[in-house]
Design a protein around this ligand. Structure first.
Ligand code: HEM
Length: 492
């Protein structure tokens, strides 16, 4: 699961007067005035996504800001310079994650990769992830799955020619299918149900539980409604995934087929050469994570790219010219020539700058640290807000304008070395799924732009397309994208 930031507030914070303790005075970064008991929680009530609220607050209090969320001290990081301090200079101090109720329940006591505390267990899983599960070689091995699923989608779209379709929904469905097949080999109703449950669990990550921000008040955890709902969902997903694993263990001897992620994890478990043996619950936690992280992020990017292209017809035309030049005369659009789509890669980069799918990166301080002369105490939550970072006018000219060409002059990559551009985070905990995620973005885009022209349904002008975001599992567009496809290059 892409780690979600705990910054968002449940709709009805319970107000109980509470006296905080006193200790030696710390020189904390500036921040808004704190109210008794709730601190700054009230600032997050309402419909504004938290990354917008935090961006506005940072304009007033600075790129290094202190908030009090209930009992929890939190530091919000909102500029490339400060992000570099946290994610590079002092990365080791900030390389753990806060533990949240939702991650504890749905990720088997934080034994997934994203929420595992920094330490030997996390290092081992991370190694398995980068070398085995999400390596370039593995991502390449899923190429036939991507090609088959995206072709299927385009065939369906071609049959709807001239009528409005909900593209957002369809993109979500094929991404689910790609991840399901990569993880488990095939699609079944049970696996579809598993994906639905993971998505329901992710919804809980968008609203933190009162027990997360009042850890000392144990009753909050005992009476939490979210806890009960999450436990019910977890129970069901655990049963499904347990059955899948058992079936696989039984069938494995007879299987000759393409290796999927479950096979890889079971193989690693069976070799028993790990310092910390992998339990079946650990495998379940990793699989839940890969679904959580892999499905919505790529969908949201393709969706935003399509919206930006519809709003910017010159960019759309250029992207379509490129993909048609590359693939005309080839027998189909597949991944063989995908690396020749240089302009489309710029379009994706620009989309990630202006619409980072997971704008809030949560970390926690492992020990006391001093940054820019301010104290950052141990166990403080740190949230890096990449939304204002990608739009910082000091680093980005015409920052609010969608201009893929900017990346021709400015050579930055998203591998965490340019701190003005960190849609995948940076440092030790940078996203290990970059190649997998982008592969699930590039092919669908290439095919959608090659085969079809796109127009908005009657009565909608590109200027009418609302760009407001909502904060859910990802920062996606508030409304689904409805578009009318016109076939330009028929599918063979
Ligand atoms: C394509 C769009 C994606 C975006 C924008 C994205 C973004 C992020 C971000 C911002 C983080 C936090 C990094 C940090 O703390 O510095 C993260 C972590 C993570 N992502 Fe992604 N992600 C994407 C796709 C994926 C995919 C496809 C997978 C796997 C299937 C994945 C797996 C993970 C994992 C396991 C972590 C936790 C890493 C750790 O804590 O060590 N992500 N991602």
């Amino acid at each position: 699961m892409v780690p979600k930031s705990p910054i968002s507030v449940s709709k009805s914070p319970i107000l109980i007067f509470h006296f905080g303790g006193t200790g030696p005075k710390k020189n904390l970064p500036p921040g808004p005035r704190k109210l008794p008991f709730i601190g700054n929680l009230h600032l997050f009530v309402g419909s504004n996504p938290p990354h917008y609220t935090l961006t506005d607050l940072a304009k007033k209090y600075g790129a290094l800001m202190h908030l009090k969320l209930g009992e929890v001290d939190s530091i919000i990081v909102s500029s490339p310079e400060t992000a570099k301090q946290f994610l590079k200079t002092h990365d080791i101090v900030f390389s753990s994650r806060p533990s949240l109720l939702v991650s504890e329940i749905s990720c088997y006591g934080n034994t997934d990769i994203a929420f595992a505390p920094y330490g030997e267990y996390w290092r081992q899983l991370r190694k398995i992830c980068t070398l085995e599960l999400l390596s370039n070689r593995r991502v390449q091995s899923f190429r036939p799955i991507r090609e088959e699923e995206v072709s299927g989608l385009c065939k369906w779209i071609a049959r709807q020619e001239g009528s409005p379709i909900n593209l957002t929904e369809k993109l979500g469905m094929i991404n689910n299918d790609i991840i399901a097949r990569a993880a488990f080999g095939n699609k079944t109703d049970e696996k579809a149900r598993f994906i639905t449950i993971v998505k329901e669990c992710i919804k809980f990550t968008t609203v933190f539980d009162m027990s997360d921000v009042y850890p000392s008040i144990k009753i909050f955890r005992a009476i939490s409604m979210s806890k009960r709902k999450m436990e019910k969902l977890h129970h069901e997903s655990d049963r499904i995934i347990g059955n899948i694993i058992e079936d696989r263990k039984r069938a494995n001897a007879a299987r000759q087929k393409h290796e999927d992620l479950l096979d890889v994890l079971l193989k690693i478990q069976a070799t028993g050469q790990l310092e910390l043996p992998l339990t079946t619950d650990n495998i379940k936690a990793v699989l839940v994570e890969l679904f959580g992280a892999g499905t919505e992020t790529s969908t949201v990017i393709v969706d935003w790219v399509m919206v930006e292209l519809l709003k910017n017809p010159t960019v759309l035309r250029k992207a379509q010219d490129e993909v048609r030049n590359v693939f005309d005369g080839k027998h189909c659009v597949d991944e063989t020539y995908i690396d020749e789509l240089n302009y489309i890669k710029l379009v994706i980069k620009e989309t990630l700058r202006i619409h980072p799918p997971t704008p809030l990166i949560p970390r926690i301080t492992r020990e006391h640290c001093e940054i820019n002369g301010y104290d950052i105490p141990a166990k403080t939550w740190v949230v890096v807000n990449t939304w204002p970072i990608g739009r910082d006018p000091k680093y980005w000219e015409d920052a609010e304008i969608f201009k893929p060409e900017r990346f021709l002059e400015k050579s930055v990559d998203f591998r965490g070395s340019s701190f003005d551009y960190i849609p995948f985070g940076a440092g030790r905990r940078i996203c290990p799924g970059i190649s997998f995620g982008l592969a699930n973005v590039e092919l669908p885009l290439a095919m959608l732009l090659y085969h079809f022209d796109w127009i908005l349904p009657d009565g909608i002008n590109p200027e009418d397309l609302e760009m407001t975001e909502v904060f859910g599992a990802t920062a996606r567009r508030k409304h689904d994208l409805y578009v009318v496809p016109i076939v330009r290059r028929p599918l063979l």
